[in-house]
Design a protein around this ligand. Structure first.
Ligand code: TXA
Ligand code: MG
Length: 330
């Protein structure tokens, strides 16, 4: 059955249409990078801003040289350690990458996914594939076929509904065209792991929320992302008095929810709905549940949801980055 579905997906892609299916990170939308119409459709389907470039996916490192130029030596060490896998690397682009993919910049972001369906499809399609996450661009990334259907049903040509994604978070994006290299989007691979090969890697200033600098490097940072429709506020369960906060806000907002953890969820009284992210002792479980819970909160007609914060270390850095973006005002 799966084999038949993969074949069907491959023939749809070959005909230049757009297909959604799972990879190890999140569900994604596929288009052949040499087919401008398919690429333009991706932007239309997702309501994505045209100045936000797409990641290009390949099945084999040999294909790198057709897409990128001035490839730094460290690439091969990074690839040995992290590819196939959730690390996206920004390179100087070659002329074969059309402007619609790179958003008129002189760089291109590339990764090799670690998922057998994705690799099989890449091999059959035999072209590099530009693919963003398969969600409306301001919504949390999709980790289940049902999330794709909620956002994009009837807009894509085919959804390959196959189980769920494996790590349920997006790839980490780094730029190695600059010195020192910069971490643009934290996640699948942590900053601490990257430091083993890139000891001087810097966090992009926009990832340091206290930073006053407002340089925009990854276009993604400009846009509102991951936000539920429900108002979301963050609080630190160790230092903030949640009882007091709830009392205060009950006057303004009637139905209130809390996104909590196993260690804290039974402490919240007077709450209309408690969502469980899972145990603080296992941040990978917290991160796996995050996008799903951010989508769940809109199903309960709450006026306001409070969410606990986490320490910004390892995967906690990425979790907090997404939560802060999810709180941004519309
Ligand atoms: O896990 C993932 O990365 C998934 C799967 C499908 O690979 N893809 C994904 O794509 O999350 P998307 O389009 O949702 O996010 C791509 C990110 C955006 O933040 C975009 O701004 C950044 O990569 N990006 C793409 N090309 C870039 C470039 N040339 N320079 C800087 N940032 C770039
Ligand atoms: Mg996305």
């Amino acid at each position: 059955m799966l084999k038949q579905n993969i074949k069907k997906a491959a023939s749809i892609i070959k005909n230049g249409w757009v297909v959604a299916f799972p990879t190890e990170t999140v569900y994604w939308l596929w288009a052949n990078i040499y087919n401008k119409d398919a690429i333009m459709r991706i932007f239309e389907i997702k309501w994505r801003a045209s100045d936000n470039p797409l990641i290009v996916h390949i099945d084999n490192i040999d294909k790198l040289t057709t897409l990128a130029i001035e490839i730094p030596k460290i690439t091969y060490e990074l690839a040995k350690k992290f590819w196939p896998g959730p690390l996206t690397i920004v390179f100087k682009k070659s002329d074969s990458v059309i402007n619609e993919v790179s958003a008129w910049s002189d760089t291109v972001a590339i990764r090799i996914p670690n998922n057998s369906i994705a690799i099989e499809l890449l091999k059959i399609a035999n072209v590099p594939i530009a693919a963003p996450s398969a969600n409306l661009s301001w919504k949390p990334s999709p980790t289940k076929a049902s999330h794709v259907k909620d956002d994009l049903l009837n807009k894509v040509d085919y959804i390959l509904d196959w189980w769920e994604t494996i790590i349920w978070v997006e790839s980490t994006v780094i730029d190695i065209t600059v010195s020192p290299p910069i971490l643009l989007r934290p996640w699948g691979v942590s900053l601490e792991e990257l430091r083993e090969l890139l000891p001087n890697i810097q966090l992009h200033p926009n990832l340091k929320w206290e930073s006053q600098e407002n340089i925009i490097k990854s276009p993604w940072m400009k846009y509102r992302h991951y936000a539920p429709d429900t108002n979301l506020f963050l609080f630190n369960p160790l230092t903030d008095d949640i009882e007091l906060l709830i009392k205060k806000y009950k006057y303004l907002w009637n139905k209130i929810g809390v996104i909590a953890t196993l260690e804290t969820h039974d402490k919240y009284n007077n709450i209309d709905k408690v969502f469980l992210l899972w145990s603080r002792k296992k941040m990978t479980d917290i991160s796996k549940n995050l996008f799903n819970i951010l989508r769940e909160v809109d199903k309960y007609w709450l006026d306001l949801v409070f969410c606990e914060t986490f320490e910004e270390k390892w995967i906690g850095l990425a979790v907090m980055d997404r939560l802060k973006r999810a709180c941004e005002k519309k």
